[in-house]
Design a protein around this ligand. Structure first.
Ligand code: MN3
Length: 218
């Protein structure tokens, strides 16, 4: 098997109270694992693709002939890529009380981006609250299942984007800086139909230091 489920960089309860432990465990061990399993099954049927890095497969998805293999890479390859990214741009919150929080990643989640990324976000969107508001509205507006992203587009500009289902930002030649999963499986146990409450809470666990690293890797 080529791909495997990555370990989370913190415990399942580390993002409490903003994202609950049960949701994190099911999201990681069931949903993400299924994308990994089905991606591997698809690549077993397409050995000519199996050695290409996943990011490259997603960037060049239109070169794969239309059919079940391409669809599986879009859905399950996208799912694996998106979730692997998502776990890394969250961290235990600086705003949470330490009670019940066994995360060992250090409490770096929440607040505002600093450094170059903070400056560029301010310069692009006006200020951080304006960016946050625009991103939250985009995330709330996704119809059905999908993602909201802050990306660097192919011209080097930061933009807010959404993708349906598990479509990857790499399919559009965008480089993700942060991303938010707004599938119901990401929030329904704690927030039920109240997606905006989940989005509000999520800002408390955004790992801006890691987002800043991703920005500088570009
Ligand atoms: Mn998900």
């Amino acid at each position: 098997m080529k791909y495997s489920l990555p370990q989370l960089p913190y415990a399942y309860d580390a993002l409490e109270p903003y994202i609950d432990a049960k949701t994190m465990e099911i999201h990681h061990t069931k949903h993400h694992q299924t994308y990994v399993t089905k991606l591997n099954e698809a690549l077993e049927q397409a050995p000519e693709l199996a050695d290409k890095p996943l990011e490259e497969l997603l960037r060049t998805i239109n070169e794969i002939p239309e059919g079940p293999i391409r669809k599986a890479i879009q859905n399950h390859g996208g799912g694996h890529s998106n979730h692997s990214f998502f776990w890394t741009i969250m961290a235990p919150s600086k705003n949470a009380s330490s009670a019940g929080n066994t995360g060992n990643g250090g409490a770096t989640g929440g607040g505002e981006p600093s450094g170059n990324l903070g400056e560029v976000i301010g310069g692009t969107f006006g200020d951080f609250p304006k960016f946050k508001d625009a991103f939250s509205k985009a995330a709330a507006s996704v119809f059905g299942s999908g993602w909201a992203w802050l990306v660097m587009d192919e011209t080097g500009k930061l933009t807010i984007q959404t993708t349906p289902n598990q479509d990857s930002p790499y399919m559009h030649q965008w480089k993700p800086i942060i991303g938010l999963d707004v599938w119901e499986h990401a929030y329904y146990l704690k927030y039920q139909n109240k997606r905006p409450d989940y989005i509000d809470a999520w800002w408390n666990v955004v790992n801006w230091p890691v987002a800043e690293q991703k920005y500088h890797e570009m």
